[in-house]
Design a protein around this ligand. Sequence first.
Ligand code: PHE
Length: 339
Amino acid sequence: MIAELDALQTEALAAIPTASDETSLEALRVQYLGKKGSVTLLGAGMKDVPPDQKKAVGAKLNEVRTAMTDAIVARQLQLQAEKDAKAIEGIDVTLPGRNYGGVGTLHPLTQVRDLAIRTLRRMGFILADGPEIETEWHCFDALNTPPEHPARNEKDTFYLHDGRLLRTHTSSVQIRTMEIAKTLPIRIIAPGAAYRRDEIDATHLSVFNQLEGLYVAENVSLAELKGTLVAFFREIFGAGTAVRFRPHFFPFTEPSLEIDVKLEAKGKDARWIEIAGCGMVDPAVFSEICAKRGDKLFDPEKVTGFAFGMGLERLAMILHGISDIRHLIENDVRFLSQF
Ligand code: PHE
């Protein structure tokens, strides 16, 4: 039996390394080690081996099985390696990778907003915010805007069924801030969304962004308002930029002013472009805040303040010469990748 096992081992160890693929290798495994394989069948004859030879024959049987199994595993690994090598044949692993466009850039609106915030923070303003779904009181009444004012019309403002509304301007954050202020001075800016029922066209969206500012203390003057905003717009548009203030009307400021900057569109003469609204906080607003708070922190006899508000889309459009506001919400990469 030992001789038979030796012969099988010699035969198998010669055949296994030449198996050309996994199928023929598996056939060899079955042929020698399968349930009806020749080694298995010989092993079944163990019971007829005389007891004094059992130990030697058993050891030989194990040796042969192990040798064949090892040879099969070795050939399997070889075949797999050959397959892998074939799969990457013709691939030049030294080629540089494909460029998928790289990292993006910040949206031009985000860039302008951040620039405005950076500039005003340097002047001592801190960020504030308030809800986009507002009460009529915060958006209108507290801002000295009477019920008959056109902005309070259903046609101009998105009202909710419960009487609240989508804020039509960020000026409501002035009220939110003064309601909870603990001490003076307060000097805040509030960037954020505003909503109006406007027809959408090249210069109007029904959702847009504003930047609000408010400074309240004792003895805040119109001169400080002008100085702050001239410095601000020169930071945004360039050091020499001409800035002018025109009388205007807002219910919550007195006096009220509109601000123009003088800018040259490419190839055209410089012209004045309206850019923001501002004014000295109307004492009626302070009175309303005092009534709401039940204290005298905003006593209109003692404190004064200035406020300003501007559209951020408009700022971005003027800064970059963008002719249609809708470009800013279309997310067309061909447009956005220019900034
Ligand atoms: N809230 C005004 C608007 O939306 C702008 C403004 C803000 C005017 C603050 C004066 C002071 O048109």
